[in-house]
Design a protein around this ligand. Sequence first.
Ligand code: BES
Ligand code: ZN
Length: 462
Amino acid sequence: MTSPVIPADLAAWCSRNDARAQDELFAFLRIPSVSAKSEHQSDCAAAAAFVADALTTIGFDAEIVATDGHPIVVGEWRKAGPDAPTLLIYGHYDVQPAEPLELWTSPAFEPTIRDGRIYARGSVDDKGQLYLHIKALEAHLVVRGTLPVNVIVIAEGEEEVGSVNLEQFLEREQQRLRCDAVVISDSCMFAPGIPSILSSLRGMAYVQIDVRGAKGDLHSGMYGGAVVNPAMALARILATMHDANGRVAIDGFYDKVLPFPEAVRAGMRALPHSDAELMHEVGVAALGGEPGYTTLERLWTRPTCEVNGLLSGYTGEGAKTVLPAVSMAKVSFRLVPDQDPDQIVELVRRHVARVTPAGVTASVTAMHGGRPWRADLKGPIIEAGKRALTAAFGREPVITGEGGSIPVVGDFERILGAPVLLMGFGLPGENAHAPNEWISVENYRLGIRAAATLIDEFARAR
Ligand code: BES
Ligand code: ZN
């Protein structure tokens, strides 16, 4: 095998255009396209329009498809002809809420460079990683006037809220979206300088639990001790979800879990992971989780139950003596093959019904879900990805797993029948979903080069 390189013509274009590619990303990052909040609906529309414009400017046909939620942008370039392969590039233009705003060193929607990092909400998740593909396509179209493959770009605006309208869109547009492979950059590398290809993603079942007690808030002295407290009841309900060792204690929760192949586990153990570094990165004195598994196995191969938010009673300044009437928790379950999100919600419902104390009622509302995914790691797109990353980063990628979820990945395989390459350019500590999110300036640049090289390698690999 010849050792892969970034094609010289594309490399030269990238060097001449790095500054502009960064400026354009900054403009994209200034749009506060927070999908979870209705007040940002017009910002999501603006971000969709931004992507569509970026695609038409480089010579794509672009369409903004309305959905029941935020629009989906579809870009198409099909001049390589019916005999050439088709590559589908997927990313998302929506971002997580930026709160708590006071913890940002520079404003969330005013991209700022410090220490070789671009700080902004969405910088790494996923605007930077989406936009670098558009710049890679531009490199080809400007330098060569053409692409060696047909390309479809899908940018959605609801990934951070569970991709609720995308599956239906894929089903409906199955013919038009037919493709030979999908590439997604919405994940991180194992470590700086070590490019990575993902072999798995966890799935998701997200529920809200509402507990109701008395018909209104009560004086905690006049009623406390005789009327059941919904905050305490919810705490009890949540506490029953794990056993004392940290295993999920919901009946049937592990029934569908498949063991990870021993070769995959061995590969994970061979990666240079350090618990001490992880503790330092996140600022804790100890780690905890399911017994019998290493940290990477816990993160990448085991399902979880986590409280994402809790609300009840008085949380303002000072003290108020009140027995709250209601309490609420947002609880998510990360899933692994072959757990099914709908079945997990059903098990949670049964569990909550069983453990809810008399005197309160509890309801479980399903919010969104996504199936877990495991890659085959074979075929032209994976080979092309390995070569493109090797060319851009000067070393071969490692194979990693991932604890996060990209709900649509399984749908691409199931509905479009196309293998998916996940090559991400984030880094550990990137603060995705948290204050001070960043993408490394260097990875954004190398990402453009890798994505540009991928297209040549994919055309050749088939
Ligand atoms: N980019 C992330 C997924 C991810 C995180 C991949 C870390 C690799 C490493 C994505 O935007 C995300 O956060 N997804 C949500 C999906 C959920 C709302 C269904 C997630 O994982 O919480
Ligand atoms: Zn993302």
